[in-house]
Ligand binder design. Structure first.
Ligand code: SF4
Length: 490
């Protein structure tokens, strides 16, 4: 990629010449300009640059790309684009350091996460964040209220001015999107009192604590215009937080959740008045039969701003397997129109995930997002599935591994019983053995009927030429570690 630094420098010079301090992708899109970032996203999505510009202009897509994050490889989030996933990294008050966080970033990028959120809550938070941004080719999101809380003795001591100061500092560092829980209003707090699990969002609960103590409304709501003014200077995108998301099936789709969603829709419009990009965060814990409704409500109340959901978990009874319970909901909500899926790891609700939990969470969500893309009939979405299926049928084991989402695991499972290189040519695996391999038997039947596998081979080769295999790790980032990482966004 040509240097994004050059793109940004040239645009800033032009903006300054015309006395314009707004540098957001939405601002350019609304002026009819196709930026280099839009062209880059268009190439990645196999769409026209005009379509990308139009989606950004109308608020149905965002390109989270802070002008200070110049080593970023621009990507888009929106219903017209491929479904994306996010992985959470960041330290806790007791664990981790910069090297550990960079290793977590390496895992996230290596396994194909499209964005990462730095949810650090302890240590030298600004230094860790700067290192992550400097090494990251993917957009970085944060929840700035976490840092604000670490700068005072208790949440009640946070002031609106401190909050704005933290937000501006993070924007200056190059954060691409920030979770802002501006929709949690004081009048909504009585609505959660009869819930089974109350407020489960950390940001939402902290704000409830602050509002109840001060008998005042949410400062993020009251100072929303000030936040927009900061965001438009650096092109930081809003991830409008769902501070009142349901934390159990019993609380799904309740009054509090939808009251907040309505406010998020109003705030999205307000941000768009400043040409600031917006996505909307979503639940949580939702039974499968309510998932379609969730997307419809979000699209209607939030004017089709990209929907960024945490799962949702479709049952509450599987602690230890919530990457599965949530990937089921994630696949469904992606199919119905969610634009980005925030991963959940097997440790959800149980403890701080380690590196392997992170890997499992990402793989589960790559499956969910891909399954959603296939179900939405996105152009070319099924090519990799078809290529892998040909590799499987034609017993090209090496290609089958290469085409897998997790080649190392696929290979090691195969090698567990048939490690000898000889078996990479074999027309069977240890599941059925040589005599009962149905695909081999089909090929033998074809041969008796005078048919070869030539045609399948040709289609396989054609597909391989079309499939782009991910994923490169960011430069200069150490290999993965076994250290834990925070579980959950916002
Ligand atoms: S042996 Fe069975 S599982 Fe293995 S490749 Fe053949 S059909 Fe598939």
């Amino acid at each position: 990629m040509a240097s994004r630094e050059t793109w940004v420098r040239e645009r800033l010079a032009e903006a300054s010449a015309r006395g314009d301090e707004n540098v957001t992708q939405m601002h350019y899109a609304r002026m009819g300009v196709i930026t280099e970032e839009m062209k880059y996203v268009a190439a990645r999505e196999k769409l026209s640059p005009e379509l990308v510009r139009d989606e950004v202009a109308r608020g149905r897509a965002i390109i989270p790309a802070n002008i200070r994050h110049v080593n970023l490889e621009p990507m888009g989030i929106g219903v017209a684009f491929k479904c994306k996933i996010n992985a959470n990294i960041g330290n806790s008050a007791t664990t981790s350091n910069i090297d550990e966080e960079l290793r977590k970033l390496h895992i996230a990028v290596h396994y194909g996460s499209d964005t990462a959120m730095d949810l650090s809550t302890g240590g030298d938070i600004p230094a860790i964040r700067q290192a992550i941004i400097d090494h990251s080719p993917i957009p970085i999101g944060t929840v700035p209220i976490y840092e604000a809380v670490t700068r005072v003795r208790r949440m009640e001591d946070v002031t609106p001015e401190l909050m704005l100061e933290v937000i501006e500092e993070q924007a200056l560092q190059g954060v691409d999107y920030m979770t802002i829980h501006a929709g949690v209003l004081r009048e909504f707090l009585p609505m959660v009192r009869n819930r089974v699990t109350g407020i489960v969002s950390r940001g939402g609960a902290l704000l409830a604590q602050w509002m109840s103590y001060h008998h005042r409304d949410n400062f993020l709501y009251e100072r929303f215009t000030d936040i927009c003014k900061i965001f438009r200077k650096y092109d930081v995108s809003f991830s409008l937080g769902d501070g009142l998301r349901p934390g159990s099936l019993a609380d799904a789709s309740d009054e509090a959740q939808f009251a907040e969603l309505k406010v998020l829709g109003e705030l999205a419009k307000k941000a768009w008045e400043h040409d600031v990009q917006v996505m909307i965060e979503g639940p949580g814990h939702i039974p499968m039969d309510q998932i379609e409704l969730q997307v419809k409500k979000e699209m209607e109340m939030c004017h089709e701003a990209p929907f960024y959901t945490l799962g949702p978990l479709v049952t509450d009874i599987a602690p230890g397997y919530d990457h599965i319970t949530s990937a089921i909901g994630a696949a469904m909500i992606g199919w119905h129109g969610a634009a980005m899926l925030c991963y959940v790891t097997p440790k959800e609700h149980l403890g701080l995930p380690n590196a392997d939990d992170v890997r499992q969470g990402i793989i589960a969500y790559k499956i969910a997002a891909h399954a959603a893309d296939v179900a939405r009939h996105r152009p070319g979405a099924r090519d990799r599935d078809d290529a892998l299926s040909y590799a499987r049928f034609l017993f090209d084991w090496e290609k089958q591994f290469d085409l897998s989402l997790d080649p190392e695991t696929a290979r090691s499972m195969h090698d567990e019983t048939l490690a000898d290189p000889y078996y990479k040519e074999a027309k069977f695996c240890s599941m059925c053995g040589p005599k009962f391999c149905s695909m081999n038997a089909t090929q033998i039947a074809d041969a008796y009927a005078g048919q070869t596998q030539e045609e399948r081979q040709q289609r396989f080769v054609q597909l391989l030429a079309k499939v782009e295999l991910p994923v490169s790790a960011p430069a200069n980032v150490p290999e993965e570690s076994a250290e834990p990482t925070p579980a959950k966004s916002a």
